[in-house]
Every structure is written in C-alpha cells, then in structure tokens.
Ligand binder design. Structure first.
Ligand SMILES: NC(=O)c1ccc[n+]([C@@H]2O[C@H](COP(=O)([O-])OP(=O)(O)OC[C@H]3O[C@@H](n4cnc5c(N)ncnc54)[C@H](OP(=O)(O)O)[C@@H]3O)[C@@H](O)[C@H]2O)c1
Length: 329
C-alpha cells in the first residue's frame, strides 16, 4: 500500500538552525549505521524509518559503509525512498559520508579526492538519488592535504551531487583549518558530526569552542552510547541486543560502565524520565548541539526516545548530581 505520512508530522518536533546556515534540522535525527543492513529485517527498518518521518524526523543519516554488508543500508534506504518516500523527497535531509574503508585497494578509504568523489557516485547510485543533502568527510586523513579533502567536498557541492558539506570526527584544530579552507572555497562547512554522550565528553575539550566560533552546526552521534545509556543492559545482556554481536559494543565495556549507568538511571527516575530520555536531553542542553543522532532497532525505542523533547531543562542540582554519578566506580 502507498505510504501516506501523518498530517500532524510537523506539530511536535523542534527544528533547530544548523550553525549559521539556512538549514534547520530536527532536534532528534535517525541514523542507519546498524539495524538497516541486509542482515536485519527490511520490514522492521522500514517501519522505524516511516514512523520516524511521521513523528517529525526529517533527517536520515547514512554512510557508504553502513550495513552490514557495507552499502546495504544505503540500498535499503534507497528502496524506501523509491517505494514509500518519493513524494516527500524535498521534506527530507539525507546525508552520506566517505572516509572509512569501503572497497579494496588504495582508493576505497581515507580522504583523497579520488576516494571521496568515487564513493559519492556509488552512494548516489545505491540511494537512487541525483544528490544527497549533506556529504561528509567521515574522518580526518593525516596523509592527505586537507586542501585536497576539502576541495573534494567543494566539488561535490558545485557539481550538484550534494547541497552541503560536512566533516565528522575531526579534532578541534583540524576542524578550524577545514572550516577556513571551505570558507575560502565558497562552500561553508555546514556541520560537524561527532560522538558525544554522558560517557564520552571529548568534544567539550576544545571542539565545541571551535564549532561555536566558526558558526558550524553540530550533530552528535551515539548520544545513548550504543544503548548503554538506556535500560537495555540494566538486567544483563538481552539476546536480541547489539552487545551480543561483540562488534563495536563490547560486553566488557558494558560491565565496566554499569555502576555509572545505574547511578544515572536513579537520577532519571527522580526526574520522571527514562534514562534514554535523560541522556538525550543532556546532550541537547549543549548550546552548540543542533541535533542528537540516534539509532533504534524498533519503533518502541524510537517513540520512547522522542519523549526526551518533553523535558529538556536541567536544574543546576541535577547537573551536579549527574557529575557525581559519572565519578562512580
Ligand atoms: N560519524 C561517525 O563516525 C559515526 C559513528 C557511529 C554512528 N554514527 C551515526 O550515529 C547514529 C547512531 O549511532 P548508534 O546507533 O550507535 O546510537 P545510539 O542512539 O547511541 O544507540 C542506538 C542503540 O541503542 C539502543 N536503544 C536506542 N533507544 C533505546 C531505548 N529507548 N531503549 C533501549 N535501547 C535503546 C538500540 O540497541 P539495540 O540495537 O540493542 O536494540 C539502538 O540500536 C548511526 O546510525 C550513525 O548515523 C556516526
């Protein structure tokens, strides 16, 4: 049956200006890194994406290598675009990236002009699009001149294959240089995509200052620390959870963080929120943060996470209690 989106889809979601650009992003965005590959159920992934759009999530984040297998998340999302979301294409912000290993040999990885622009062509083919909205350099490449990597992003925009350029995982100093080069080229850096959550606060040590000074937007990924900042692992490791795959999320890491997570969960309960909701509200309290980029393996998770938007403010005592919880061993 043809998908028709809810007419109330723009009623609850806040849309936040991305840095000093003209583009607004939803307060919560959905990423397709895991749960949307060929190893996953297409029907469930489709249900999550369509529900997300119905709830006001206009931004969907991909990369060349998302799956597994690599490329399959773009192909599956391309099918949803074709079969369900075609009429809504201009209501969507679709991003993709290149910079991690994608194909064999010296050109399928890192940040050369060759790698980025060939990868973008491949992504467009898998997605069935003529252009993505945001094209990212997925990581800083210390062996390629930054001018070359940024030049490739500029070309992507000028050739009409991307509307905006972004960078991801760049340290503070390289972010400043990248933003300066892009400005000079006339293609301003729209956005920085960086990991940020209660258990990983590296961006507070310099990057947030650079982002604010340069007027770049900031979308933070893994705000739930891959599920650790939810109730998912409070009673052990569920059989259907990401941790059982021991891929990027290790059970040892979960056990190590559990005392902090339990202490945070108690604070969330006192706030009348789930831990996931509090963790999302906490990243969104950062003034530079435009959007929190979540993953979800079900519509129930997605719906719970969106409730974070109902209670974003923190009292100073709550923030102090959180700092205390984070020092728990
Ligand atoms: N730029 C980069 O280098 C980079 C790197 C990584 C990710 N990203 C982006 O960030 C996006 C999000 O990453 P992520 O999926 O790791 O983020 P995350 O939101 O921290 O973790 C998502 C996982 O947490 C669990 N979860 C979510 N909501 C839950 C809830 N309410 N209750 C219980 N469990 C819940 C689910 O785990 P289960 O699957 O176990 O149910 C879900 O798959 C990616 O899709 C990608 O777009 C970017």
């Amino acid at each position: 049956m043809t998908f028709a989106s809810s007419s109330s889809r723009y009623e609850a979601m806040p849309y936040v200006r991305c840095g000093r650009s003209g583009l607004k992003l939803p307060g919560i965005s959905l990423g397709l890194w895991q749960n949307f590959g060929d190893v996953n159920s297409y029907a469930t992934g489709r249900e999550v994406v369509l529900r997300a759009f119905d709830l006001g999530i206009t931004h969907f984040d991909l990369a060349n290598n998302y799956g597994p297998p690599p490329g399959s998340a773009e192909r599956n999302f391309g099918r949803m675009l074709r079969e369900d979301l075609r009429a809504y294409r201009d209501e969507l912000v679709v991003s993709t990236k290149a910079g991690y290993v994608m194909w064999p040999g010296p050109y399928g990885d890192w940040g050369s002009r060759k790698s980025l622009l060939n990868s973008l062509d491949q992504s467009l083919e898998r997605l069935g699009l003529e252009a993505v909205d945001i094209f990212y350099s997925h990581r800083f490449d210390p062996e390629t001149p930054l001018e070359e990597t940024m030049g490739a992003l500029d070309t992507a925009v000028r050739s009409g294959k991307a509307l905006y350029a972004g960078i991801s995982n760049y340290p503070a100093e390289q972010t400043r240089r990248a933003a300066a080069i892009l400005k000079q080229l006339g293609t301003p850096c729209l956005i920085h995509q960086a990991r940020y959550n209660l258990l990983d606060r590296w961006i507070e040590e310099g990057l947030t200052d650079v982002i604010a000074e340069e007027g770049v937007g900031c979308i933070v990924f893994q705000p739930l620390a891959q599920g650790q900042l939810t109730a998912r692992y409070l009673q052990g490791i569920p059989a259907d959870s990401r941790a059982t795959r021991e891929w990027f999320l290790k059970t040892a890491q979960i056990h190590q963080n559990l005392p902090k997570v339990r202490a945070l969960n108690a604070i969330a309960e006192r706030r009348g929120q789930s831990l996931a909701e509090m963790a999302l509200a906490w990243v969104l309290r950062q003034p530079v943060v435009t959007s929190a980029l979540i993953g979800a393996s079900s519509t129930a998770q997605l719906e719970q996470n969106l409730k974070a938007l109902n209670r974003l403010e923190f009292a100073p005592e709550e923030l102090a209690r959180i700092e205390e919880a984070l020092s728990a061993q």
